[in-house]
Write a protein that binds this ligand. Structure first.
Ligand SMILES: [Zn+2]
Length: 348
């Protein structure tokens, strides 16, 4: 493809119909929304506190921020508002399809009405898609690993109950170093028996064995992050041979210190991120934001970051195509998106 300048590339990437597969809706909560929700619930919060909490430097700080920010999401209309903000932001970036993760485990912990929250936000996304002002969406219900296996089973049951309402997958996020993945086997089996796809965060701050367990024990179809694979050539070979995708979120990995952990280094930067290595090894990789407001990023920023890592525009077009291919869309819906993508010519 004859595109030379950085600005031309950015324009092209902006216009490219894109898919976003690893995104937590709660992670799109913008600082100004926190302030308005805090006011609604009469919680004293000032701008300095929001600013300092949104400046995460490691995974523990991030989990604290996530817990604090989601404490302002208390009823269905709060989630609907969040969906409005998110749909508008996705549309602006050319995202035409998103698989959106919801922390159903957190909603259950807070004794919220998960179904009411879900229907309210889903209806916003559906309305936006119908009016051409937002992406098409499907949803993933995430359990929280450190809460343990019983609450995870409850999330799997909720996801199965809402299977016909737009929930397509069950996943697991949170602290990888807390509860072993084997303890979630029954929740994953239940989800699979009820027609849900299976996902897991693994190899973000944990080691390569987490990815192996997610595949072998839980039968996860895609791996969230998976950057620990850089520490095991055998695992990289397996991912490439079995075509198991990694949902890569570079800004998140820098903000949570996950890349430092995997490199066993006090500091790291984008040039050390394993995305190009995975891509060239033949592992299916996709690019995502994870928690864009909390990590001060957008999907376009992530594509720019990948360019800085040495990937070419054509590589990025392959990565975007991979996201549609590895999505949980029905085959006809997937095809209707794939035909809209720019063909990638091998000689360019
Ligand atoms: Zn995530």
């Amino acid at each position: 493809m004859l595109v030379t300048s950085d600005s031309e590339i950015k324009v092209l990437l902006g216009k490219l119909p894109k898919a976003e597969l690893h995104l937590h809706l709660e992670g799109t909560l913008l600082p100004h929304r926190i302030l308005s929700l805090a006011q609604k619930y009469s919680v004293p919060v000032d701008w300095n506190e929001v600013h300092s909490r949104y400046n995460t430097r490691n995974f523990t700080q991030f989990l604290e921020l996530y817990k604090w920010a989601t404490s302002f999401l208390r009823e269905a209309e709060d989630y609907a508002l969040l969906a409005e903000d998110a749909a508008a932001a996705f549309h602006e970036q050319g995202i035409v399809y998103a698989e959106i993760t919801l922390s159903a485990g957190v909603m259950l912990l807070r004794k919220q009405n998960v179904t009411a929250n879900f229907i309210a936000l889903r209806d916003v996304f559906h309305r936006r898609a119908q009016s051409g002002t937002g992406p098409q969406t499907q949803f993933i219900f995430d359990a929280v690993r450190q809460f343990g296996s019983a609450p995870a089973m409850e999330v799997a049951r909720m996801a199965a109950d809402l299977r016909n309402e737009g929930v397509v997958a069950f996943g697991l996020g949170g602290d990888e170093l807390s509860v072993p993945l084997s303890e979630f086997h029954s929740a994953y089996s239940y989800a699979a028996e009820h027609g849900l796809h299976l996902l897991a965060h693994a190899g973000e701050t944990g080691g390569p064995e987490q990815i192996k367990d997610a595949i072998d024990i839980l039968h996860a179809e895609r791996i969230g992050h998976g950057i620990a694979a850089l520490r095991s050539t055998a695992l990289m070979n397996t991912l490439a041979e079995r075509k198991i995708p990694l949902e890569i979120c570079p800004s998140s990995n820098l903000r949570t210190n996950a890349l430092n952990i995997q490199l066993n280094s006090a500091t790291s930067d984008l040039s050390q991120h394993p995305l190009p290595k995975f891509f060239r090894h033949g592992i299916p990789v996709t690019l995502s934001t994870d928690d864009p407001a909390m990590f001060h990023t957008t999907l376009l920023d992530e594509y720019s970051a990948a360019l800085q890592m040495g990937l070419s525009l054509d590589d990025l077009l392959v990565i975007n195509r991979t996201a549609f291919e590895q999505s949980f869309l029905s085959d006809p819906a997937r095809q209707s998106f794939l035909v809209q993508l720019t063909p990638v010519s091998p000689e360019s």
